[in-house]
Design a protein around this ligand. Structure first.
Ligand SMILES: *Cc1c(COP(=O)(O)O)cnc(C)c1O
Length: 377
């Protein structure tokens, strides 16, 4: 058989219930969505939409160049300053996406002769970034400080970087960041934290998981946040010392060699950041929904996972089962994606339910009622 028989592989994926297809959703109707990352319900907010439209009238759509050539605008600077102030860091640098931020930062900070110590459940973009960096990649068991420290004691390297999600994207649990910072300090390593799911949701003013633990730039030098989740827009940023940011401007290839994001997008994010900071009731409502969901699910005996965040997966196991249940939920009017390998380990398929401040208590109760009718393990 030819090595180019792609159809055979596609068929095999279908047979293993691992085939994926993008699903076109209609913003104005359709099933109630319980799997988006729009945790605060800001993606549709009138003020954010208006900021985008108004800025586009003035700035146009495309930035027309890379940041270091012709693409950089005052709006980009204003956003970076606001993000740095919000997260309590000296400076911030925006990237087109979180994926590109992680790839760019890792490849800028480490290379041959260095080592990246990476939680086994880290996001794909961290895994890919570590690989691309050409540093030695040392995976450690999920949230296992002893395993991490064992590796730190044995692996010799010039620079050592510990990398972790703050809120694990498929499980919703938190990394032990305070302890990780202590381990890093003991071993002259740096800690890089990807707070894609904590930014906007956790901490004072929604400034993220690091802020909720009062971890400084000395303790956690590299903070990555994304703008396409709780902030409801698009893009990402890295926050840290002025020195770090200056270094990234010189070295992060995914910052240097790509078109700067549309300036109007920065205006939209500035508007959504205002809402995130000034409307703490969104976070309070979201936390109440999380508690309501967990109480209800517990009462029903559903396979909850240990998560206190808006990511509330139900453990299913087999990919095929997760798919069948996701389809049953959709027939009942709820969109909950089945998360299957390779996003999660083999045999670890789940229904990744996420809650949003856009949901009502009634929405959560209705979802629980639909879940009660499923045949979950
Ligand atoms: C979503 C996500 C990213 C990627 O961010 P994008 O802006 O969507 O590219 C990176 N890290 C984690 C943990 C994420 O969940």
């Amino acid at each position: 058989m030819s090595a180019w028989n792609l159809q055979a592989e596609l068929t095999a994926l279908k047979e293993a219930a691992l085939y994926r297809q993008p699903r076109a959703l209609d913003a104005s109707g359709g099933p109630r969505v319980f799997c988006s990352n729009d945790y605060l319900g800001l993606a549709q907010h009138p003020r954010v939409r208006e900021a985008l439209a108004l800025a586009a009238q003035v700035e146009g759509v495309g930035s027309s160049g890379a940041h270091l050539v012709t693409g950089h605008r005052v709006l980009h600077d204003r956003l970076a300053v606001a993000l740095a102030r919000w997260t309590g860091r000296e400076r911030a640098l925006t990237f087109s996406t979180g994926y590109m931020a992680n790839i760019g930062v890792l490849q800028a900070l480490v290379g041959r002769g260095d080592a990246v110590f990476s939680d086994q459940f880290n996001h794909a973009s961290l895994i890919d970034g570590a690989r691309l960096s050409r540093a030695t990649v040392v995976p450690y068991r999920h949230n296992d400080l002893e395993d991490l420290e064992r590796h730190l004691k044995t692996v010799r390297a010039r620079r050592r970087l510990i990398v972790t999600d703050a809120v694990f994207s498929m499980d919703g649990d938190l990394a032990p960041l305070r302890e990780l910072a202590e381990v890093a300090a003991r071993h002259d390593a740096w800690l890089m934290v990807d707070d894609a799911h904590g930014i906007g949701v956790l901490g004072k003013d929604g400034a993220g998981t690091l802020s909720s633990l009062a971890l400084s730039a000395a303790q956690a030098p590299v903070l990555v946040g994304t703008l396409g989740k709780a902030l409801g827009t698009f893009g990402a940023f890295v926050a840290g010392s002025a020195e770090l940011i200056e270094y990234l401007v010189q070295r992060a290839r995914s910052y240097m060699f790509t078109t700067a994001p549309p300036p109007a997008l920065a205006a939209a994010t500035l508007a959504s950041l205002e809402l995130v900071r000034n409307e703490p009731e969104r976070r309070a409502h979201l936390q109440r929904l999380v508690a309501r969901f967990r109480d209800g699910a517990q009462a029903l005996g559903l396979p909850l996972m240990p998560s206190a965040t808006p990511i509330q997966p139900l453990w299913v196991g087999e990919a095929e089962t997760a798919l069948v249940q996701s389809r049953a939920l959709e027939r009942a009017g709820f969109l909950v994606t089945a998360i299957r390998p390779p996003t999660v380990p083999k045999g670890g398929a789940r229904l990744r339910i996420t809650l949003s401040a856009a949901h009502s208590a009634q929405d959560v109760d209705d979802l629980l009622e639909a879940l009660a009718k499923l045949d979950l393990p």
